[in-house]
Ligand binder design. Sequence first.
Ligand code: GAF
Length: 436
Amino acid sequence: MKCLINVLSGLKRKCIPHFVFSSSATVYGNPKTNLIYENFPIGRPFSPYGNTKKMNISLANKIRARFQDTFETEPLMIFSPGRINIIGEHTDYNDGFVFPAAVNKGIIAAFGKRDSNDSMAYAVDKNEKVKFSLNSLKPLAKGSWKNYVIGVVAELKKRNKGISNFNIAFGGDIPGGAGISSSAALENSVVFGLNELFDIKLSRQEMILISQKAEHNYVGVKCGIMDQYASMHGIENHALLLDCRTVKSKPFKINFKEHTLILINTNVKHRLSDSAYNDRRSVCETIAGLLNVKALRDASEFDLEAIKNKVTSENYQKALYVIQENNRVIEASKALETGNLELLGKLIYASHEGLRHQYKVSCEELDFLVDQTKLNPQILGARMMGGGFGGCTINLIARTEIESFKTFISKVYKKKFNTNCSIYNVSLSNGTKIIE
Ligand code: GAF
Protein backbone atom coordinates (compact mmCIF):
# COMPACT_ATOMS: atom_id res chain seq x y z
CA MET A 1 0.00 0.00 0.00
CA LYS A 2 2.81 2.39 0.99
CA CYS A 3 4.45 1.52 -2.31
CA LEU A 4 1.24 2.33 -4.23
CA ILE A 5 0.93 5.68 -2.48
CA ASN A 6 4.54 6.46 -3.36
CA VAL A 7 3.92 5.59 -6.98
CA LEU A 8 0.77 7.75 -7.14
CA SER A 9 2.47 10.70 -5.48
CA GLY A 10 5.29 10.35 -7.98
CA LEU A 11 2.87 10.34 -10.90
CA LYS A 12 1.29 13.52 -9.61
CA ARG A 13 4.49 15.38 -10.36
CA LYS A 14 4.52 17.16 -13.64
CA CYS A 15 6.63 14.83 -15.76
CA ILE A 16 5.03 11.96 -17.61
CA PRO A 17 6.65 8.54 -17.47
CA HIS A 18 7.18 6.58 -20.64
CA PHE A 19 5.31 3.27 -20.48
CA VAL A 20 6.86 0.28 -22.20
CA PHE A 21 5.26 -3.07 -22.72
CA SER A 22 7.62 -5.97 -22.20
CA SER A 23 6.63 -8.54 -24.79
CA SER A 24 9.06 -11.03 -23.27
CA ALA A 25 6.79 -11.23 -20.28
CA THR A 26 4.36 -13.22 -22.38
CA VAL A 27 6.96 -15.95 -22.51
CA TYR A 28 8.14 -15.76 -18.94
CA GLY A 29 4.94 -15.03 -17.05
CA ASN A 30 1.89 -12.81 -17.04
CA PRO A 31 2.06 -9.86 -19.41
CA LYS A 32 3.23 -6.92 -17.40
CA THR A 33 3.54 -3.21 -17.98
CA ASN A 34 6.92 -1.81 -17.10
CA LEU A 35 7.84 1.78 -16.44
CA ILE A 36 10.94 3.40 -17.81
CA TYR A 37 11.51 6.71 -16.07
CA GLU A 38 14.48 7.90 -18.08
CA ASN A 39 13.72 11.57 -17.49
CA PHE A 40 12.15 11.30 -14.11
CA PRO A 41 13.47 13.86 -11.59
CA ILE A 42 14.75 12.34 -8.39
CA GLY A 43 13.36 13.29 -5.03
CA ARG A 44 12.42 11.86 -1.71
CA PRO A 45 10.39 10.00 -0.74
CA PHE A 46 9.46 8.72 -4.19
CA SER A 47 11.67 6.13 -5.77
CA PRO A 48 10.15 4.09 -8.59
CA TYR A 49 13.11 1.79 -8.30
CA GLY A 50 12.01 0.14 -5.06
CA ASN A 51 14.14 -2.12 -2.93
CA THR A 52 17.01 -4.19 -4.17
CA LYS A 53 16.95 -7.77 -3.01
CA LYS A 54 20.09 -9.30 -1.59
CA MET A 55 22.17 -6.13 -1.61
CA ASN A 56 25.23 -6.45 0.56
CA ILE A 57 23.86 -5.27 3.91
CA SER A 58 27.08 -5.86 5.85
CA LEU A 59 28.96 -3.68 3.35
CA ALA A 60 26.36 -0.94 3.81
CA ASN A 61 26.73 -1.17 7.58
CA LYS A 62 30.52 -1.00 7.30
CA ILE A 63 30.46 2.08 5.05
CA ARG A 64 27.95 3.84 7.29
CA ALA A 65 30.04 3.08 10.39
CA ARG A 66 33.26 4.32 8.76
CA PHE A 67 31.53 7.49 7.70
CA GLN A 68 30.14 8.07 11.19
CA ASP A 69 33.52 7.42 12.83
CA THR A 70 35.38 9.69 10.41
CA PHE A 71 32.97 12.57 9.94
CA GLU A 72 30.84 12.31 13.10
CA THR A 73 27.51 12.84 11.34
CA GLU A 74 24.72 10.67 9.96
CA PRO A 75 25.20 10.01 6.23
CA LEU A 76 22.89 9.88 3.26
CA MET A 77 23.38 6.32 1.94
CA ILE A 78 23.37 5.36 -1.76
CA PHE A 79 23.62 1.98 -3.48
CA SER A 80 24.72 2.02 -7.11
CA PRO A 81 24.90 -1.32 -8.92
CA GLY A 82 27.42 -2.78 -11.31
CA ARG A 83 26.12 -4.38 -14.49
CA ILE A 84 26.29 -7.49 -16.59
CA ASN A 85 25.77 -7.49 -20.34
CA ILE A 86 24.07 -10.46 -22.00
CA ILE A 87 25.21 -9.46 -25.48
CA GLY A 88 26.25 -6.34 -27.45
CA GLU A 89 29.87 -5.53 -26.68
CA HIS A 90 31.62 -2.44 -28.03
CA THR A 91 28.44 -1.47 -29.84
CA ASP A 92 27.37 1.32 -27.48
CA TYR A 93 29.81 3.96 -28.76
CA ASN A 94 28.73 3.04 -32.28
CA ASP A 95 25.19 4.21 -31.46
CA GLY A 96 24.19 0.54 -31.48
CA PHE A 97 22.30 -1.92 -29.28
CA VAL A 98 23.30 -3.55 -26.01
CA PHE A 99 21.53 -5.86 -23.54
CA PRO A 100 22.73 -5.09 -20.01
CA ALA A 101 21.21 -5.47 -16.55
CA ALA A 102 22.09 -3.96 -13.19
CA VAL A 103 23.14 -6.47 -10.54
CA ASN A 104 22.97 -6.70 -6.77
CA LYS A 105 26.69 -6.01 -6.42
CA GLY A 106 28.16 -2.55 -6.73
CA ILE A 107 29.16 0.51 -4.76
CA ILE A 108 27.77 1.76 -1.48
CA ALA A 109 28.51 5.42 -0.78
CA ALA A 110 27.80 7.58 2.27
CA PHE A 111 27.50 11.36 1.90
CA GLY A 112 27.29 14.40 4.15
CA LYS A 113 27.79 18.15 3.88
CA ARG A 114 31.13 19.50 5.09
CA ASP A 115 31.67 22.81 6.84
CA SER A 116 35.15 23.50 5.50
CA ASN A 117 37.10 25.03 2.62
CA ASP A 118 37.62 21.67 1.00
CA SER A 119 35.83 18.37 0.36
CA MET A 120 36.97 14.88 1.32
CA ALA A 121 36.61 11.48 -0.38
CA TYR A 122 37.43 8.30 1.51
CA ALA A 123 37.87 4.97 -0.32
CA VAL A 124 37.19 2.60 2.55
CA ASP A 125 38.45 -0.58 0.81
CA LYS A 126 41.77 1.05 -0.02
CA ASN A 127 41.92 3.02 3.21
CA GLU A 128 42.83 6.11 1.21
CA LYS A 129 41.51 9.63 1.59
CA VAL A 130 41.82 12.68 -0.63
CA LYS A 131 40.97 16.32 0.10
CA PHE A 132 40.15 18.60 -2.79
CA SER A 133 38.98 22.14 -3.38
CA LEU A 134 35.87 22.62 -5.49
CA ASN A 135 37.52 25.65 -7.07
CA SER A 136 40.61 23.98 -8.50
CA LEU A 137 39.61 20.59 -9.85
CA LYS A 138 41.88 18.74 -12.22
CA PRO A 139 42.51 15.07 -13.12
CA LEU A 140 44.89 13.26 -10.75
CA ALA A 141 47.33 10.45 -11.58
CA LYS A 142 46.00 8.09 -14.25
CA GLY A 143 44.49 4.93 -12.83
CA SER A 144 43.47 6.50 -9.53
CA TRP A 145 39.97 5.97 -8.08
CA LYS A 146 40.02 9.67 -7.20
CA ASN A 147 39.36 10.67 -10.82
CA TYR A 148 35.95 8.99 -10.77
CA VAL A 149 34.84 11.11 -7.80
CA ILE A 150 36.53 14.37 -8.75
CA GLY A 151 35.51 13.94 -12.40
CA VAL A 152 31.83 13.87 -11.51
CA VAL A 153 32.23 16.90 -9.24
CA ALA A 154 34.02 18.77 -12.04
CA GLU A 155 31.26 17.94 -14.54
CA LEU A 156 28.63 19.22 -12.10
CA LYS A 157 30.60 22.43 -11.59
CA LYS A 158 31.02 22.84 -15.36
CA ARG A 159 27.22 22.82 -15.62
CA ASN A 160 26.97 25.41 -12.82
CA LYS A 161 25.16 23.01 -10.52
CA GLY A 162 25.19 24.48 -7.02
CA ILE A 163 27.22 22.16 -4.86
CA SER A 164 29.25 23.01 -1.78
CA ASN A 165 31.78 21.06 0.20
CA PHE A 166 30.94 17.49 1.14
CA ASN A 167 32.31 14.23 2.53
CA ILE A 168 31.97 10.88 0.84
CA ALA A 169 33.02 7.43 2.08
CA PHE A 170 32.50 4.48 -0.22
CA GLY A 171 33.29 0.83 -0.79
CA GLY A 172 32.18 -1.95 -3.09
CA ASP A 173 31.77 -5.66 -3.57
CA ILE A 174 32.85 -5.91 -7.19
CA PRO A 175 36.54 -5.82 -7.91
CA GLY A 176 37.80 -3.14 -10.28
CA GLY A 177 38.77 -4.56 -13.68
CA ALA A 178 36.22 -7.39 -13.47
CA GLY A 179 34.24 -5.99 -16.40
CA ILE A 180 31.18 -5.46 -14.18
CA SER A 181 31.63 -1.71 -14.26
CA SER A 182 32.52 -0.71 -10.76
CA SER A 183 33.56 2.57 -12.41
CA ALA A 184 30.07 3.49 -13.65
CA ALA A 185 28.66 2.36 -10.31
CA LEU A 186 31.01 4.74 -8.49
CA GLU A 187 30.36 7.65 -10.85
CA ASN A 188 26.62 7.15 -10.58
CA SER A 189 26.75 6.92 -6.81
CA VAL A 190 28.59 10.24 -6.67
CA VAL A 191 26.30 12.13 -9.03
CA PHE A 192 23.19 10.61 -7.44
CA GLY A 193 24.38 11.35 -3.90
CA LEU A 194 25.33 14.96 -4.68
CA ASN A 195 22.08 15.49 -6.56
CA GLU A 196 20.23 14.42 -3.45
CA LEU A 197 22.45 16.18 -0.92
CA PHE A 198 22.27 19.56 -2.66
CA ASP A 199 18.79 19.14 -4.14
CA ILE A 200 20.03 19.76 -7.70
CA LYS A 201 16.99 18.14 -9.32
CA LEU A 202 18.77 16.32 -12.11
CA SER A 203 16.92 13.53 -13.91
CA ARG A 204 18.49 10.08 -14.07
CA GLN A 205 19.14 10.67 -17.72
CA GLU A 206 21.07 13.88 -17.01
CA MET A 207 23.04 12.10 -14.32
CA ILE A 208 24.27 9.31 -16.57
CA LEU A 209 25.56 11.81 -19.10
CA ILE A 210 27.50 13.55 -16.33
CA SER A 211 28.96 10.21 -15.20
CA GLN A 212 29.96 9.38 -18.77
CA LYS A 213 31.66 12.75 -19.26
CA ALA A 214 33.57 12.28 -16.00
CA GLU A 215 34.95 9.04 -17.42
CA HIS A 216 35.87 10.73 -20.72
CA ASN A 217 37.48 13.82 -19.25
CA TYR A 218 38.96 12.65 -15.94
CA VAL A 219 39.52 8.90 -16.30
CA GLY A 220 40.50 9.16 -19.96
CA VAL A 221 38.30 6.35 -21.30
CA LYS A 222 36.00 7.41 -24.14
CA CYS A 223 33.31 4.99 -23.03
CA GLY A 224 29.82 4.58 -24.43
CA ILE A 225 26.67 4.96 -22.34
CA MET A 226 25.86 1.31 -21.58
CA ASP A 227 27.41 1.03 -18.13
CA GLN A 228 26.10 4.27 -16.69
CA TYR A 229 22.65 3.61 -18.16
CA ALA A 230 22.34 0.07 -16.83
CA SER A 231 23.61 1.02 -13.39
CA MET A 232 21.23 3.98 -13.13
CA HIS A 233 18.11 2.56 -14.78
CA GLY A 234 18.29 -1.14 -13.87
CA ILE A 235 15.05 -2.95 -13.08
CA GLU A 236 14.89 -5.94 -10.76
CA ASN A 237 14.74 -9.27 -12.67
CA HIS A 238 15.02 -7.50 -16.02
CA ALA A 239 17.64 -6.90 -18.69
CA LEU A 240 17.37 -3.75 -20.79
CA LEU A 241 17.51 -3.80 -24.56
CA LEU A 242 19.11 -0.38 -24.92
CA ASP A 243 19.27 1.64 -28.09
CA CYS A 244 22.41 3.71 -27.51
CA ARG A 245 21.37 6.30 -30.08
CA THR A 246 18.05 7.25 -28.52
CA VAL A 247 19.31 6.22 -25.06
CA LYS A 248 16.00 4.51 -24.39
CA SER A 249 15.47 0.90 -23.44
CA LYS A 250 12.93 -1.86 -23.44
CA PRO A 251 12.96 -4.07 -20.35
CA PHE A 252 12.85 -7.84 -20.78
CA LYS A 253 11.87 -9.96 -17.84
CA ILE A 254 14.60 -12.54 -17.35
CA ASN A 255 13.66 -15.96 -16.06
CA PHE A 256 15.71 -18.64 -17.73
CA LYS A 257 13.93 -21.33 -15.70
CA GLU A 258 16.30 -24.34 -15.67
CA HIS A 259 19.18 -22.14 -16.81
CA THR A 260 20.86 -19.12 -15.31
CA LEU A 261 23.76 -16.72 -15.81
CA ILE A 262 26.99 -16.96 -13.85
CA LEU A 263 30.12 -14.85 -14.10
CA ILE A 264 33.67 -16.15 -13.99
CA ASN A 265 36.39 -13.62 -13.25
CA THR A 266 39.80 -14.28 -14.78
CA ASN A 267 41.20 -12.01 -12.06
CA VAL A 268 43.49 -10.45 -14.64
CA LYS A 269 43.42 -7.03 -16.24
CA HIS A 270 46.02 -6.59 -18.92
CA ARG A 271 47.89 -3.36 -19.39
CA LEU A 272 46.95 -0.96 -22.17
CA SER A 273 43.29 -1.91 -22.02
CA ASP A 274 42.26 1.77 -21.80
CA SER A 275 44.33 2.86 -24.76
CA ALA A 276 43.18 -0.17 -26.77
CA TYR A 277 39.60 0.79 -25.96
CA ASN A 278 40.08 4.35 -27.22
CA ASP A 279 41.88 3.02 -30.32
CA ARG A 280 38.95 0.75 -31.16
CA ARG A 281 36.55 3.63 -30.81
CA SER A 282 38.63 5.79 -33.09
CA VAL A 283 38.86 3.04 -35.75
CA CYS A 284 35.06 2.74 -35.72
CA GLU A 285 34.63 6.50 -36.06
CA THR A 286 37.09 6.68 -38.93
CA ILE A 287 35.30 3.91 -40.83
CA ALA A 288 31.91 5.50 -40.17
CA GLY A 289 33.40 8.68 -41.67
CA LEU A 290 34.57 6.79 -44.75
CA LEU A 291 31.11 5.33 -45.12
CA ASN A 292 29.61 8.76 -44.72
CA VAL A 293 27.32 7.68 -41.90
CA LYS A 294 26.95 9.07 -38.37
CA ALA A 295 28.02 5.81 -36.72
CA LEU A 296 28.57 2.16 -37.61
CA ARG A 297 25.05 1.51 -36.38
CA ASP A 298 23.93 3.00 -39.72
CA ALA A 299 26.08 0.70 -41.89
CA SER A 300 25.39 -2.75 -43.33
CA GLU A 301 27.87 -5.46 -44.28
CA PHE A 302 27.09 -4.57 -47.87
CA ASP A 303 28.08 -0.90 -47.29
CA LEU A 304 31.31 -2.01 -45.67
CA GLU A 305 32.15 -4.28 -48.56
CA ALA A 306 32.10 -1.26 -50.86
CA ILE A 307 34.99 0.44 -49.02
CA LYS A 308 36.93 -2.73 -48.24
CA ASN A 309 39.93 -1.68 -50.31
CA LYS A 310 40.18 1.66 -48.49
CA VAL A 311 40.86 0.18 -45.04
CA THR A 312 43.31 -2.33 -43.62
CA SER A 313 42.00 -5.87 -43.32
CA GLU A 314 42.35 -5.58 -39.51
CA ASN A 315 40.13 -2.51 -39.41
CA TYR A 316 37.70 -4.02 -41.88
CA GLN A 317 37.26 -6.95 -39.48
CA LYS A 318 36.71 -4.61 -36.54
CA ALA A 319 33.95 -2.70 -38.33
CA LEU A 320 32.44 -5.96 -39.55
CA TYR A 321 32.38 -7.23 -35.99
CA VAL A 322 30.44 -4.16 -34.83
CA ILE A 323 27.86 -4.48 -37.61
CA GLN A 324 27.41 -8.19 -36.92
CA GLU A 325 27.28 -7.75 -33.15
CA ASN A 326 24.53 -5.17 -33.50
CA ASN A 327 22.53 -7.68 -35.51
CA ARG A 328 23.21 -10.34 -32.89
CA VAL A 329 21.71 -8.16 -30.16
CA ILE A 330 18.48 -7.85 -32.10
CA GLU A 331 18.51 -11.60 -32.80
CA ALA A 332 19.09 -12.23 -29.10
CA SER A 333 16.10 -10.10 -28.14
CA LYS A 334 13.95 -12.18 -30.50
CA ALA A 335 15.36 -15.39 -29.04
CA LEU A 336 14.38 -14.14 -25.60
CA GLU A 337 10.89 -13.29 -26.81
CA THR A 338 10.39 -16.81 -28.10
CA GLY A 339 12.19 -18.44 -25.18
CA ASN A 340 14.79 -19.95 -27.50
CA LEU A 341 17.74 -20.30 -25.13
CA GLU A 342 19.71 -22.54 -27.51
CA LEU A 343 19.73 -19.74 -30.05
CA LEU A 344 20.60 -17.18 -27.39
CA GLY A 345 23.54 -19.36 -26.37
CA LYS A 346 24.78 -19.64 -29.94
CA LEU A 347 24.64 -15.87 -30.35
CA ILE A 348 26.60 -15.44 -27.12
CA TYR A 349 29.29 -17.82 -28.40
CA ALA A 350 29.38 -16.01 -31.75
CA SER A 351 29.82 -12.71 -29.91
CA HIS A 352 32.90 -14.10 -28.20
CA GLU A 353 34.35 -15.37 -31.46
CA GLY A 354 33.96 -11.88 -32.94
CA LEU A 355 35.50 -10.18 -29.92
CA ARG A 356 38.39 -12.64 -30.01
CA HIS A 357 39.23 -12.89 -33.70
CA GLN A 358 37.78 -9.77 -35.31
CA TYR A 359 37.66 -7.02 -32.69
CA LYS A 360 40.68 -8.44 -30.86
CA VAL A 361 39.84 -7.38 -27.32
CA SER A 362 39.95 -10.79 -25.64
CA CYS A 363 42.95 -12.45 -23.97
CA GLU A 364 44.29 -15.92 -23.30
CA GLU A 365 42.58 -16.27 -19.93
CA LEU A 366 39.13 -15.27 -21.26
CA ASP A 367 39.48 -17.52 -24.30
CA PHE A 368 40.47 -20.43 -22.09
CA LEU A 369 37.39 -20.01 -19.89
CA VAL A 370 35.09 -19.83 -22.90
CA ASP A 371 36.76 -22.80 -24.63
CA GLN A 372 36.31 -24.94 -21.51
CA THR A 373 32.55 -24.30 -21.50
CA LYS A 374 32.31 -25.73 -25.00
CA LEU A 375 33.24 -29.14 -23.60
CA ASN A 376 30.03 -29.12 -21.57
CA PRO A 377 26.67 -29.35 -23.40
CA GLN A 378 24.91 -28.05 -20.27
CA ILE A 379 26.43 -24.67 -20.97
CA LEU A 380 24.55 -23.02 -23.80
CA GLY A 381 26.78 -19.99 -24.32
CA ALA A 382 29.73 -18.09 -22.87
CA ARG A 383 31.68 -14.98 -23.80
CA MET A 384 33.90 -12.26 -22.43
CA MET A 385 31.99 -9.32 -21.00
CA GLY A 386 32.79 -5.59 -20.92
CA GLY A 387 35.76 -3.82 -22.44
CA GLY A 388 37.95 -6.95 -22.54
CA PHE A 389 41.65 -7.77 -21.95
CA GLY A 390 40.63 -9.49 -18.72
CA GLY A 391 37.71 -9.38 -16.31
CA CYS A 392 34.77 -11.76 -16.46
CA THR A 393 33.06 -14.16 -18.79
CA ILE A 394 29.28 -14.47 -18.72
CA ASN A 395 27.93 -18.01 -18.97
CA LEU A 396 24.46 -19.34 -19.70
CA ILE A 397 24.41 -22.62 -17.78
CA ALA A 398 21.93 -25.27 -16.61
CA ARG A 399 21.27 -24.72 -12.90
CA THR A 400 21.90 -28.40 -12.15
CA GLU A 401 25.39 -28.08 -13.63
CA ILE A 402 26.61 -25.08 -11.67
CA GLU A 403 28.32 -26.82 -8.75
CA SER A 404 30.20 -29.41 -10.78
CA PHE A 405 31.23 -26.83 -13.38
CA LYS A 406 32.52 -24.50 -10.65
CA THR A 407 34.70 -27.28 -9.29
CA PHE A 408 35.93 -28.21 -12.75
CA ILE A 409 36.71 -24.71 -13.99
CA SER A 410 38.43 -23.65 -10.77
CA LYS A 411 40.74 -26.65 -11.04
CA VAL A 412 41.65 -26.36 -14.71
CA TYR A 413 42.08 -22.58 -14.57
CA LYS A 414 44.42 -22.84 -11.61
CA LYS A 415 46.39 -25.57 -13.36
CA LYS A 416 46.73 -23.55 -16.54
CA PHE A 417 47.48 -20.07 -15.15
CA ASN A 418 48.63 -20.80 -11.62
CA THR A 419 46.09 -18.32 -10.30
CA ASN A 420 42.49 -18.64 -9.13
CA CYS A 421 39.44 -17.57 -11.05
CA SER A 422 36.41 -16.32 -9.06
CA ILE A 423 32.83 -17.30 -9.70
CA TYR A 424 29.89 -14.98 -9.01
CA ASN A 425 26.16 -15.56 -8.93
CA VAL A 426 24.32 -12.29 -9.36
CA SER A 427 20.69 -11.30 -9.31
CA LEU A 428 19.31 -8.58 -11.55
CA SER A 429 18.67 -5.48 -9.55
CA ASN A 430 17.18 -2.02 -9.52
CA GLY A 431 19.24 1.00 -10.47
CA THR A 432 21.04 3.55 -8.29
CA LYS A 433 19.00 4.43 -5.24
CA ILE A 434 18.89 5.79 -1.71
CA ILE A 435 19.10 3.11 0.96
CA GLU A 436 18.09 3.33 4.59
C1 GAF B 1 33.25 -0.68 -21.19
C2 GAF B 1 32.64 0.68 -21.54
F1 GAF B 1 32.59 1.49 -20.45
C3 GAF B 1 31.26 0.54 -22.16
O1 GAF B 1 30.78 1.79 -22.58
C4 GAF B 1 31.24 -0.47 -23.31
O2 GAF B 1 31.80 0.09 -24.46
C5 GAF B 1 31.97 -1.74 -22.91
O3 GAF B 1 33.25 -1.50 -22.36
C6 GAF B 1 32.14 -2.66 -24.09
O4 GAF B 1 30.91 -3.07 -24.57
O5 GAF B 1 32.55 -1.31 -20.18
